[in-house]
Design a protein around this ligand. Structure first.
Ligand SMILES: Cc1cc2nc3c(=O)[nH]c(=O)nc-3n(C[C@H](O)[C@H](O)[C@H](O)COP(=O)(O)O)c2cc1C
Length: 181
């Protein structure tokens, strides 16, 4: 029996010769959801968009995680807030995602429909999922921090999630279209 699967895989493996774009492009092929961590402090809203969001890190306590670039200016605000709203974007919110991640931090929330609770957690309207979180731990991870967030409340909408893949946005395929495989 020939093991074509493993031969094929090996021929596809590369070191990238130290090219950081090779790493970025390869990581970008991993599909994920996209979240925005958001808070309001002293009347100012702060948003950190992340595709590195991960649920189910722990069930007891209930933990989610995000990898945050150490250069992030917004992270300082988020990590020091009383509580953080995490909204998972839904299909159709691709341009909103880019707006909330734009370099112009003052323009991020322009005409964005949000709900702010008493603790300062900010939630995006019409998202797919929402989590209310508090910072649980911050772990060193190279040029990123791994932020562990403890979830205190969560909710789901009927809106399907937005998918981030290959540096672009997609939606979920309809179950019927993949049933044959
Ligand atoms: C689709 C998408 C995914 C992103 N994922 C992450 C991420 O996982 N972690 C991160 O630190 N930044 C991520 N960013 C970049 C941040 O949203 C933001 O632009 C960056 O933190 C710089 O802004 P700041 O200095 O205000 O934090 C992502 C941006 C986009 C558009």
């Amino acid at each position: 029996m020939t093991m074509t699967t493993s031969r094929t895989k090996k021929s596809k493996l590369h070191t990238g010769d130290g090219d950081p774009m090779f790493v970025r492009k390869t990581f970008a092929q991993f599909p994920s959801g996209v979240v925005v961590l958001a808070t309001e402090q002293d009347g100012q809203k702060h948003a950190l968009v992340a595709s590195s969001f991960m649920v189910g890190v722990s069930l007891e306590p209930c933990l989610v995680a995000v990898a945050v670039q150490k250069t992030s200016e917004t992270w300082t605000w988020i990590k020091n807030s009383q509580s953080v709203g995490a909204s998972v974007f839904s299909q159709g919110q691709g341009s909103l995602t880019r707006q909330l991640a734009s370099k112009d931090r003052a323009a991020r929330f322009e005409e964005v429909a949000v709900e702010v609770d008493d603790s300062g957690a900010v939630y995006i309207e019409d998202a797919s999922l929402w989590f209310e979180c508090v910072l649980y731990n911050e772990l060193d991870a190279g040029d990123h921090w791994i932020a562990l967030l403890k979830v205190t409340q969560m909710g789901v909408s009927d809106n399907e999630p937005l998918i981030w893949h290959g540096a672009g946005f997609r939606g979920l395929a309809k179950p019927d279209s993949i049933a044959a495989s």
